[in-house]
Design a protein. Structure first.
Length: 454
């Protein structure tokens, strides 16, 4: 890396990345990449620097910036856990150049005023690009089509963290029938969930968490959401799949182009009971970590294309909060900083190809949410890129992370394959282990055509 690549906010500064192995889902090619005014303007061999800052990427892979389509950055209301500044720092260090943030904040993102304020704060704090979900309630359906430039409408079908919940059939029918935008669902059935809580009442072991939020709780809600989507011809995205049963159901009932779904790395890399034995309540999340058979089915479905993309459900809580003991401990774990290294490690282990990782983490989220000018390294697209060293090995260590809570369920794991440089709109935001906090991301723009499923 040259000595002149510290970031500025002056878009006229150009950047030339030389000798990079540029990766898409379809091919890899060693080529130079020229960036001007925040855009990729040219790709060819042996480009001349012409006064631009130069990064020599020989021996490295250049991938599009990762989009994490599900994070909870806790802003506003819970800054001791995370805010848009600390969450975006963690994103930058993990090769994530764009994120989609959830509405269960305090106050929640369920009004036009709350959404405008979140965007205003993000413009001041976020080091990477940002987009937001609008939260659905039984009483705000009239706002779903008029709230400006959001990635989708989020429905919590089962109670999780926060106060948002839509469970009555009449309310769900109204939301699916009257809107246009993509609906993303947290698919857990509230009635089944409440019945299981009563059944396990008085049991204070975290090991019971996966039985309270059983595979049947998830499958019932997923079936319900698919039925609502098909009957109302409404674009549906199912968040964080966790069960073999859901995979098998979607294999027969998932309509391409209308219904999509995602998986989080923790649901195919962590398993019960080992994760609960090792991590205790730090393994507690909604939907839960499950037995190994589920993780194997999820990984297979991801590789076969039934599952479309990877998200993290980055949902940080402090270790002090997690130490309250089950069931008082909050559900959720950090993940935005480690998702790309975890998948690169899967490549290093020969379990998938780097091109697949690019498809799942860079291209597909952009395609599914209709994000403009992101997801690919080609002329005319925004210069959101990540340099990856596939030979670098490093240990994940609590206390050495960018997320404010500064812990990871993968503490102690040694991974091979790490992002070493993150570029957002042509500006270096992370390099040589340092986050450059003077960089600011931009609001993602969602294509209006994606507000309708057909």
């Amino acid at each position: 890396m040259s000595q002149n690549t510290r970031p500025t906010q002056q878009d006229h500064v150009g950047l030339l990345i030389k000798n990079a192995n540029v990766v898409s889902s379809r091919h890899m090619e060693i080529v130079d990449v020229l960036v001007e005014n925040g855009k990729i303007v040219k790709m060819a061999a042996n480009l001349s620097p012409d006064g631009h800052d130069v990064i020599d990427a020989k021996g490295l892979h250049l991938i599009p910036g990762v989009t994490d389509p599900q994070v909870h950055f806790r802003d506003p209301g819970m800054p001791h856990k995370e805010d848009l500044e600390s969450g975006s720092r963690a994103a930058a260090a993990g090769g994530v150049t764009s994120f989609l943030d959830m509405p269960n904040t305090d106050p929640p993102g369920i009004t036009l005023e709350a959404m405008a304020e979140k965007k205003r704060v993000a413009s001041q704090k976020s080091l990477v690009n940002y987009g937001f979900f609008f939260g659905a309630t039984p009483n705000n359906v009239e706002l779903h089509n008029v709230v400006p430039n959001v990635c989708g409408i989020k429905i919590f079908m089962g109670s999780s963290t926060g106060t948002l919940l839509v469970q009555e059939q009449e309310d769900l029918e109204k939301i699916f029938r009257t809107g246009r935008r993509l609906i993303a669902v947290h698919a857990e059935d509230e009635q089944s969930l409440l019945a299981n809580k009563e059944r396990f009442k008085g049991c204070n072991s975290v090991h019971v968490h996966e039985y309270i939020r059983s595979p049947e709780v998830a499958l019932t809600a997923t079936k319900r959401a698919v039925d609502l989507s098909k009957r109302n011809h409404r674009r549906l995205h199912i968040l964080h799949l966790t069960t073999q049963e859901e995979v098998e159901y979607l294999a027969q009932n998932k309509d391409a182009g209308v219904i999509s779904c995602e998986v989080c790395p923790q649901h195919f890399l962590l398993h019960s009971p080992e994760a609960y034995d090792r991590l205790g309540t730090c393994a507690q999340m909604n939907p839960p970590i499950r037995e190994k058979r589920h993780g194997e089915a999820l990984w297979k479905a991801l590789r076969f294309g039934l599952i479309d993309c990877i998200a993290t459900d980055h949902a940080p809580h402090t270790l002090e909060e997690k130490a309250k003991g089950y069931p008082l401990s909050p559900a959720g774990m950090p993940g935005v900083e480690t998702s790309l290294p975890l998948l690169l490690n899967q490549v290093a282990k020969g379990l998938c190809a780097l091109q697949e990782v690019v498809k799942w983490m860079c291209e597909k989220p952009v395609e599914l949410y209709g994000i403009q000018n992101k997801g690919w390294i080609k002329p005319g697209f925004d210069a959101d890129m990540v340099l990856v060293d596939m030979n670098k090995s490093k240990r994940i260590e609590n206390g050495k992370l960018q997320t404010r809570v500064n812990w990871s369920p993968y503490d102690g794991w040694i991974l091979k394959g790490w992002p070493i440089m993150t570029i957002v709109n042509g500006h270096l935001v992370y390099g040589d282990g340092e986050v450059f906090s003077e960089v600011r991301g931009r609001e993602l723009i969602f294509k209006p055509a994606w507000e309708s499923p057909t």
